[in-house]
Design a protein around this ligand. Sequence first.
Ligand code: ATP
Ligand code: MG
Length: 336
Amino acid sequence: MEKIILTGLRPTGNLHLGHYFGACQNYIKLQEEHDFYLEIADVQALTDNFNNPEKVYKNVFEITKDLLSIGLDPNKVNFFIQSKIPEIAELTVFFSNLVTVARLERNPTVKNEINQKKELFGTNGESITYGFLGYPVSQAADITVFGGSLIPVGEDQLPLLEQCREIVRKFNSIYGEILIEPQQVLSNTTRVKGLDGNEKMGKSLGNAIYLIDAEETITKKIMGAVTDPQKIKKDDIANPNVCMVYYYHNLVNNKEDIKKVCSECKSGERGCVQCKKELIKAMNDFLKPIQEKRKYYDSHPEIVTDILIKGTKEAQKKATAKMEEIKKAMKIDYFE
Ligand code: ATP
Ligand code: MG
């Protein structure tokens, strides 16, 4: 059977290096090989941004432009908006019977995120909403209603995919073999770290380098990046493996320079300021073509909207067909 790629991004901010190296690089490859649906997950973004609808609205267009700038081809990828496909919300309701509250509370990704959002959900998660706790259920609906079988994601998404597979197995065991169990596609860098050394670079964590960052912003951010705390003086010997500057050299610089940075850092022949300046140059060189391409979409917002309309129409066709099958299997297809 033909494999369908399904993936999603929350319109909560622009794309950063974590998205690019953790997930999007794989999109670029996969668009050449498979039927590809890319969800702009506005409903999921609202679960923790319900009080900020303008932010979500604006970022639907921002993130679409970012994705087009890195080389996704709207003729190969169907960009669609989650809230425009009501079948997703419908299937979420059906799925919510197949998962326990305790199971959702144990999900490591959800637990982690509740912890990071104390302002919204309370110091011990006592103000957690039904909607946020349930977003993995909604994500299972996102995937299965399009028959998504290959899911390119970063590592933080793995517990959510496992949750989806559990729901699929339960659904199929009750209603018949209707849904596909999705598999993840991971990139070489499954989790990109933040400027502050945090294990995850994240939009909500304030530790990201964005693909749209201007040269001055890049300079400021890299100058403030965490380096080996043992290295005080320029010629101190240091450990590049605990340094975020070396870490990002590895992402955007060429092999030769990376080797040089590593050996000079270890032997005390390189100061952090010089090393940061070299990274700033490599980072700007890496971002330049992406930012050039983005200018085109910035000056043609109508093209971006058309891409979303066309992709949403395609996605709707898929969801309508699958939902018919699902309702029949669940014996809720009463009449036309
Ligand atoms: P938010 O904080 O709003 O959840 P986010 O930065 O986590 O934003 P998402 O839209 O939730 O971004 O994730 C989109 C995709 O990017 C997912 O596949 C996710 O796994 C991947 N991703 C996000 N951050 C990283 C990272 N630091 N390293 C690797 N992959 C990442
Ligand atoms: Mg996220």
